[in-house]
Every structure is written in C-alpha cells, then in structure tokens.
Design a protein around this ligand. Sequence first.
Ligand SMILES: *Cc1c(COP(=O)(O)O)cnc(C)c1O
Length: 356
Amino acid sequence: MKYNFPITKNPDPKAKPDPETLRFGTDFTDHMFIMDYEDGKGWHDGRIVPYGPLSLDPAAVCFHYAQEMFEGLKAYKTPAGKIQLFRPDMNAKRTNRTNDRLCIPQIDEELYVDAIKALVKVDADWIPQKEGTSLYIRPFIIADEPFLGVRRSRHYKFIIILSPVGPYYEGGLTPTKIYVEDKYVRATDGGTGEAKCGGNYAASLKAQEEAHEKGYEQILWLDGVERKYVEEIGTSNAFFVIGDEIVTAPLDGTILPGITRDSVIALLRKKGMNIVERRLTIDEVVDAYKKGNFKEMFASGTAAVISPVGELCYKGETMVINGGGIGPIAQELYDTLYGIQTGTIEDDMGWTVEVE
Ligand SMILES: *Cc1c(COP(=O)(O)O)cnc(C)c1O
C-alpha cells in the first residue's frame, strides 16, 4: 500500500454478532475511517478511529441540501483465510463520477482503495465466514460546512464504515415479486440517476412503501419521460431474458452503472451469450410473456449479488416468470460471481484484490 493512516484502537471492542442470525446493515464494527476536506487544503488527515457518533453542526450542508454520496462493496474471507475485495477500483472511479455530478471534490483513487484496505485489515476479525455472509463496506461523503445558503460546501468528510452482513434477502437466493412502477419515477435525463447519492433514495421510498403495501418486495422503474422503457429494479440493475437475447438497459444517464451489472455483462460475453445493452419497453416484455418468450428476469447489485425475479406485475396483470422459480442463467451467474468473490472459484477475470 502506498498510503498509511494513523490508527486509534477502540479501547472498548464490542462482542461480534452471531453469524447465524446476521441481517443486512444492522451491526457495525469497532473502527471507522475519516478524512476531511477543506477548500485550499484539499483532502487531509485520513485516520482510523473507534466507531462512534459524529458531532456535526446542525447547519451542515448535508442536512439541508443533500450534498452527500455513498458507495457499497464487500470483503470476503476465502477458504484459505485470505481477505479479498471485489473490484474496489471501480467503486473509487464511480465515487469520482458521482462527486463530479454533486460538486464534491475528487479523491485520489489509490488513496481511496488503500483507506478501505487499511480499515478492513484493522477489523478483519469481523468478516463473517458462514455461507452467504460477508463484510459490507460503506464509504460515503457528507458536506459538513455550516452554511444555509445554496452553493457547494467548502468542507467535507469522507467516512468508511463496515458492517458484517447476512444474505440481503432472508432465505438467500429466492425469487422476488416485483411491481412495475408507473406512478413515480426515479430518474430523468439530465438528473442524478447515474450518481450514487442519498437524494435518489429519499425520492424512491414512497414508491417502495406503496409496492410493499401491495405485497411486492421491489419495484421496476420505468424511464421518467415516457414511462415506457424498463430501467432498474429498486437499488439494482435489471436483466431480462427474452427468447435467446439477454437485455439490460444502456448506461445513458438515468441508470446507475452497477459494478455487478458490468461483471454480469463480462461473464455472459465470455461465455458467448447474446447479451445486449438496449432500450426495452415494458410492452415488449408483456408481449414476449404472452408468446411464451419471456424466460427469465433477475436483478444485479452488490448487496444481493444476483436476485431472480419470480413475478412481475404491470397495470394489474401478473406475469409468473420461469414458473416462479430461479432461472438457470441467474443461478449460474450467482454461483460464478459469488464463487469468485469468496475465493471458491479461481478468479480468471482479475477482479479480486487481496487485503494483505
Ligand atoms: C448501487 C446501485 C446499483 C448496483 O450497483 P453495484 O455496483 O452492482 O452494487 C444499482 N442501482 C442503484 C440505484 C444503485 O444505487
């Protein structure tokens, strides 16, 4: 590692949670990384300190105008006891793209990855090893200058916290029920759809709540202009198997460029499968369903890796996909990706990075 950070050890470490009952995002480790930014001084004072509450001025910009961004990735322990990250360089790059959109200063990408490695190393004992578990890593940046006028902040904090997690969906790889959202939209052309920022999520909660009330786990977002083209599933990217074609929405500004999405595309290409990034209308999906050509649907994202869709509801009509079971392509992608991430399958893609 090129960068080193001072470490203040937590004098009062917590008991580790029971790996059998781990949930997603409820437990946090003993340490966190913090680095400050100030105009004229740049990013400085990166350090590892005991995990705990922050003290912020109530006028801090992030509280009022949502100048905030976040990332998500995971660390795994391999059967040989090595600790590895999955494509952390991609998170660093995406952070800087999000930062650019939100007027947050750029961060040195090597420092970013080194900070993640340093923190994971300090809390390595927190990486759970039971099947389906991992250490979720949450880097984020908040604008913490106390100022109520609307302009970019002149002070920021870059923070990384760690959370030992169980499977995202209880029960592991199980088909989900998805509601096609035709009332609310997530993103429009020129907006912040391709940035990973909290603001996008706040705006999506209402749709998610209403879908839950109707008995669906997640929503499929349509484009914000015509509400015609399929975009994303909740907080993950969407793939449709129609005939012999596997389709996912193109990265044209409204889609979050998922690292799992990119990995899925690369794996499918390598296998010589017909994976296409193109616009796909919900009507084409319904039409394929009626003809018996809509074979599989799944979501991709760091939290759940691959999540098969068993049921899709659009305007009151329910489509049961692949008999409501896990499709063969989703299953194989999950096995391959999860195998590479956890070190049970050899990484011939060069995606894993060891924390030494
Ligand atoms: C994070 C995220 C994804 C998935 O990205 P990964 O890098 O695969 O985890 C997809 N959609 C949205 C809206 C996201 O925030």
